[in-house]
Design a binder for this molecule. Sequence first.
Ligand code: C2E
Ligand code: MG
Ligand code: MG
Ligand code: MG
Length: 278
Amino acid sequence: AAKDAGRSCHRFFEARMAEKIQLRRALEQDLRRAISRDELEVHYQPKVDARSGAFTGAEALVRWNHPERGQLSPAVFVPLAEELGLINAIGAWVLARACADAATWPPHMCVAVNLSPVQIMDRRLVRSIRKILKETGYPAERLELEITETALLGNDVQALATLKEIRALGMKISLDDFGTGYSSLSYLHRFPIDRIKIDRSFVARSPNDAGSASIIQAIARLGASLGIKVTAEGIETESQRRFSSDEGCSELQGYLISRPVPHAQLAALFAKARTEVA
Ligand code: C2E
Ligand code: MG
Ligand code: MG
Ligand code: MG
């Protein structure tokens, strides 16, 4: 019986694997045409100042409106785009869209855009960003680029040169999903990092789980002593908001504040906040 169970389990995984490969093949063809068919869309998740609760800006998050499969998550198609060599084109498209949208926001708002490690290794990246800033008239100072620790791993020299150039142009650099990857504290002083984003897995288990709470506390203190701003992402509950804020995170992001929304909805949120302040 155990053997039978093992065999059926094996067949189950084989079927799942075949299904996955088939889905990838189908998506591969479609993804190549997604930009030209205007199927990509950028949603925005607002971020707030931990103390005042005022909006500080928003993170751009790409979505793919697939004609048959509906809206697909970047967790599904970004890795595929990386493999197919499409991520540079998609990344440039997202940057251009985000800068054009953010150019219409109130002047103190920043937009954060995620960069794939593949983009960091692309020697044309800086030129492409400069061109986008010029074409949209968006100020470099209000653009934040989110990278992950993976991007810094193994290609030190190239990544460092690129990040320094980006910084020299006035943009800010954030280290996303901090604490999950190959976290090395040496990154924080070797690379020009303006902000750390504490991974939402820690935030999700806080404040009740002592280990996660300690990690948030430690990262917040580390940021404070290194002069690096700290954002807590994935804030879903009031007690998580209070904990991260009390521990010294300066910026908060998560479903409690808002889910990622289409640009028109974000613009409405910003406009409403403005009249409430006035
Ligand atoms: P990320 O950069 O860490 O973005 C945060 C993700 O967490 C987003 O998922 C967001 O919707 C989700 N999130 C935010 N607040 C909460 C919360 O309170 N609870 C929960 N459960 N989730 C929350 P999304 O939009 O599916 O994006 C997933 C990842 O895909 C991003 O993680 C980022 O790594 C990548 N990604 C998204 N857009 C782009 C892009 O334009 N370029 C690249 N290279 N990667 C992107
Ligand atoms: Mg991010
Ligand atoms: Mg993140
Ligand atoms: Mg992530």
